[in-house]
Design a binder for this molecule. Structure first.
Ligand SMILES: [Zn+2]
Ligand SMILES: [Zn+2]
Length: 168
């Protein structure tokens, strides 16, 4: 995923990439094709890249345990300063490119930002009902036949206790 930067005038450029997920070093649970769009802004002494990517990933729902597919989207912005750096210990937050650099390879950044975009909480849908804690059936497919009277009994015990506390 290489972007040619030699001979660019100061302007905004758009580049599109796509290909198999393995080409950018991604593995399962990602699959299929990635798509990446790059907006490049060229200035005299710097280049700013705004990179948006998406790809499909397989996930297991945290609530119901079913596998589902989700589009993972990532976006990042990177600034490259076009200057020769003698002391590489200074200003580590920037990417330096020698002024005669021909291209920028963004493959690893695209991969890393897609990996970071995997959500911590994985839900097949926002209102996933999960599994019944008694029979284990998937409540997204309809209610189960479980009887939840026990809960009522516990409430009743608590209410009785409260009543006793108040009278004592
Ligand atoms: Zn679910
Ligand atoms: Zn049940």
């Amino acid at each position: 995923m290489k972007i040619r930067i030699s001979g660019l005038g100061n302007d905004t450029y758009i580049d599109n990439f796509d290909g198999d997920f393995k080409e950018i070093g991604l593995e399962d649970p990602f699959f299929g094709k990635y798509k990446t769009m790059v907006v490049l802004e060229k200035f005299d002494d710097q280049i700013i890249l705004e990179v948006s990517s998406d790809i499909i990933s397989r996930m297991i729902c945290d609530r119901c345990g079913m596998e589902f597919k989700k589009k993972i989207e990532s976006q990042y912005k990177m600034v490259y300063l076009l200057r020769n750096v003698k002391n590489s210990n200074e200003e580590l937050d920037f990417n330096y490119l020698a002024p005669n650099t021909n291209q920028i390879d963004i493959k690893n950044d695209v991969r890393d930002y897609l990996l970071l975009a995997i959500p911590m909480k994985k839900l097949c849908k926002d209102d996933c009902k999960g599994l019944c804690y008694k029979c284990g059936s998937n409540l997204n497919n309809g209610d189960c036949d479980c009887n939840f009277d026990e809960i009522d009994d516990r409430w009743k015990a608590l209410l009785d206790l409260k009543k006793n506390l108040n009278t004592n």
